[in-house]
Write a protein that binds this ligand. Sequence first.
Ligand SMILES: [Mn+2]
Length: 362
Amino acid sequence: MSRNKVYVNRLERVRSMMKQRGLEGFWISKRENQGYVTGYPSSDLFVLLTDTDNYLITDFRYIEVVKDLCEPLFTIVMTETGFSLWDAVRKVAGDIKTVGIEESVLTVADMKLLQKALPKAELVDASGLMEEIRVIKDEGELEAMGKAISLADNCFSHMLNVLHAGMTEKEGALEIEMFLKKHGAERLSFPTICVSGARTSLPHGEPSDKVIEIGDFVTMDFGCVVDGYCSDMTRTVGIGRISEEQKEIYDLVLRAQKNCLANLKAGVTWQGGDRFARDIIEEAGYGQYFGHGTGHGVGLEIHEAPTMSPRGQGVFQENMTVTVEPGIYLPKKFGVRIEDLAIITSSGIINKVKSNKELIIL
Ligand SMILES: [Mn+2]
C-alpha cells in the first residue's frame, strides 16, 4: 500500500468514528495519535480535523519537513510571531459546534485557550477514539515492530556475550542501550531495566551501582523504537550457578508464560488471557508474588490496549499485539520475569521474540 493510501485510510476511519460520536471537529493532542494520522509525531505539531479538512498547524522550524510529508492530505498552517496557534485555530474553524478533545492528555491551560479560540464549540471528551482504531495493527505497523523486536533479540545475544560477574547493573544497562542505538534504534521504548540479585524482586527496579555477583539472577527488560514502533522483551539469566529454589521459580514462570502463549488467540477475553498464566502461578502457591498483569499491547506507545490483566475489558482480535510477561517476585530474595511479544491470529499467536528462554547460566 502506498504511503499516502495508508494515511487516507486512517483518516477515513477517524472521520467515521467522529460521525458516530457526533463530532464536527477533533483536536488531536496526543503525540502518538498525531503521528498515526500525519506520519510525523512532534511535540510542536497540532492537528485539527473538521468535517471537510485536515489541518496541521506548526511553526517555521517544521514547515519544510511537514510540507514534504503531509501535503496535500493536510492543509498546513504556519504560526508566526503575532499569529499564534490559537489565532490559527480560530481562523480555520471559528464557527465549529462540537469538537472532540483528548482529556487524558490535553492540559487544562490549553483546553481553556482552545475554548476561547472556538467560542461556539462544545468540547467533548474523545479520549480513546484513536486508541480504539490503533489497537488493530496494519501490515506496515507489524513490519516496523518486527524490526524493533529483532533488534532487541540481537541485543540479548550480545548481552549473553558481555554480561559477567563484576560489572554493575548500570554498566549492564548501558551495554544494552549502546547496542540498540548503535544498530538502528531511533530511541529506547522506555528506560532500560537491568537488575541483579535480591534487586530482581523489584519488577521495575532501576539499574544501580550494585555489582553483579555469582549466584545472582539478572533480569533485563528493554526495548527500542524503529520506524516509530516499540519493542519490549524481558529475560532473566543466572550468573555462575543458581540455587534449587531459583531454578524452581524460573521453571514455574516459564511454564506459565508458555501456557499463555499456547492458548492465546482471537476470541479469548483479555482477562481470560491473563488467566492462562496466572492460574499456573496461583496453583503453585505463588499468586501473591505475581502482582501485575500478564501483558499489554505495544505499538506507537510502549503500553497501550489490550490490557491483559484481571482488570482488562475486551476480547482479543486478529492483529492485536500483546506482551506475555508473567513474573514471580520474592521480596529480598529474587524475582523472575520472562517476556515475549505476540501478534494475535485467528488460530493462535505469532511470537515475534525469538531469543532462547530456557534457563541460561552465564
Ligand atoms: Mn512489557
